[in-house]
Each structure stands twice: as C-alpha cells, then as structure tokens.
Design a protein around this ligand. Structure first.
Ligand SMILES: Cc1cc2nc3c(=O)[nH]c(=O)nc-3n(C[C@H](O)[C@H](O)[C@H](O)COP(=O)(O)OP(=O)(O)OC[C@H]3O[C@@H](n4cnc5c(N)ncnc54)[C@H](O)[C@@H]3O)c2cc1C
Length: 215
C-alpha cells in the first residue's frame, strides 16, 4: 500500500489520532512506537473522508459475556458464544483479539472470504446441533482479496488471514482491476441465483488450496 501511495504522490501518517476537524483543517497528533506524542500536524484540506473505528451495535452493547467492551460478539472456534450457546456470530461483528499492541489501538481486519468461511462453519454447526451432535466445524478464516486501485490493483491470498500464516502471496497489475470488475458481476449473479458456492468455484479454489472449512 505504501508503494502504491508513493507512486501516486500521496503522503501518509501512521500511528495518528485525529484531535479535531474544522472547516478546511484537520488536526492530527502522531505517536511514536511507545505511544508517546511525536508530532502535531495541521492538515489543510478541500475534501476529507474519515473512517471511524468500528464498534458493535447498540442492541447488544454491554451485555455481559456476550460482547467485549467494544460491543463485538465473543465466539469460540465454532463461531458460538461460549456463554450463550444458542448464539452464533459471523462477520464484522465478532470479537477478534488484537494480534499485538499498537501505539494507537487498531482492530483486526475482516474480509469477505474469511466471513464466508465463518458462515459455512456456522451452517454446518447449527445442522449438527439440530441433529443432537456437538458442533465440530471451524472456518479457515482465509483471506482472498482483489484490492482495486482504480486503474491497477493488488491480489492477495493470506492463509489464514491472521498470522502466523502458512501462505502469503500477492500480485499486482492492471489485471487485478479488470478481475475485480468481472468478479463483481460474477458475485452479484451468484447472489441473485442464491448459490453461495458453485461446485466449479469450490473445486477451483480447492485446487489452489483455499477451502472454507478446516480439515
Ligand atoms: C470500503 C470497504 C472495502 C472492502 N473491500 C473488501 C475487499 O476488497 N475484499 C474483501 O474480502 N473484503 C472487503 N471489505 C470487507 C468486507 O466487505 C466486509 O468484511 C464484509 O462485507 C462484512 O460482511 P458482514 O456480512 O459481516 O457485514 P455487512 O456486509 O456489513 O452486512 C451487514 C448487513 O446488515 C444490515 N443491517 C445492519 N443493521 C441492521 C438492522 N438493524 N436490521 C437489519 N439489517 C441490518 C446492513 O445493512 C448490512 O447489509 C471491505 C470493506 C469496506 C468497508
């Protein structure tokens, strides 16, 4: 990402907190790796965009043993809440502990294929419970992404998404931009038809070693 920003003459500041925003000016404090204040920035802008930190929804916020302090749902390796065993949780709303301490707190990224693997595991586990068995399936939490940069892009595969990883691969080029356009059309068609994982998709990904469920 840094190399792509450099190519497009875009500056960046890491480990920073936004102190306040005024019309045309953003005030940002940068921190060093020990979390000590390093530099204050005044950033003039004509157009700005902010992504606020994720948090859980109000409906579940603060329910003891269901959510963490940020309102994300606690799950075990089978996507089931350890306390309320009739509650499964999937997607961006689940609590994943941070991998390491960072100067400014950050969340663990969650991506589409990773979430699909959670969904598949959950569907199998609920079926098992309906049949009077214990849940056994675990999602692989692999990340398979096409990151589109507008005219080019980066494709990457991280297995599993959260380190330590067994596979870490990335490739860059215009083909990724075109592949993302094609993928969108393919994905929307799949959703309209109600097929989450056609056989040819499953077999192709399997040949690449990418599967939704842990063996
Ligand atoms: C800008 C951006 C780019 C991304 N790019 C990629 C990428 O290239 N590849 C990738 O793999 N991942 C990407 N991701 C991540 C991926 O999109 C998300 O991780 C994934 O969509 C999360 O799926 P989800 O089902 O958990 O939640 P969501 O997709 O957010 O689905 C939640 C749904 O719940 C609905 N909802 C919310 N509240 C209520 C309510 N009270 N009642 C009823 N419905 C409600 C919402 O409208 C929404 O449709 C990106 C995310 C963002 C924000």
């Amino acid at each position: 990402l840094e190399s792509e920003l450099r190519n497009k003459h875009i500056d960046w500041i890491c480990n920073a907190k936004v102190d306040k925003v005024e019309a045309g000016m953003m005030y940002v404090t940068e921190y060093d790796e020990n979390g000590q204040e390093k530099k204050k920035h005044e950033l003039p802008f004509k157009h700005s965009m902010m992504l606020p930190a994720f948090k859980g929804v109000d409906a579940v916020f603060g329910i003891d043993k269901l959510t963490n302090p940020r309102g994300f749902i606690l799950v075990d390796e089978h996507q089931r809440n350890p306390t309320y065993k009739n509650i499964y949780s999937i997607g961006v709303c689940i609590a994943i502990p941070p991998l390491e301490q960072t100067p400014v707190p950050t969340g663990v990224p969650k991506t589409g294929y990773m979430i699909e693997s959670m969904v598949t595991a959950t569907a199998h586990n609920i079926r098992a419970e309906l049949d009077g068995k214990e849940p056994t399936e675990k999602g692989t939490w692999n990340a398979l992404c096409l990151a589109d940069f507008g005219d080019t892009g980066v494709a990457f595969l991280a297995m599993p998404q959260i380190p330590p990883r067994n596979v870490q691969w990335a490739s860059r080029g215009r083909w990724v931009h075109l592949a993302k356009i094609a993928y969108e059309k393919y994905f929307m068609r799949k959703v309209r038809k109600g097929i989450s994982e056609p056989t040819y998709e499953r077999l192709t990904l399997k040949a690449m070693g990418v599967m939704r469920l842990k063996k």
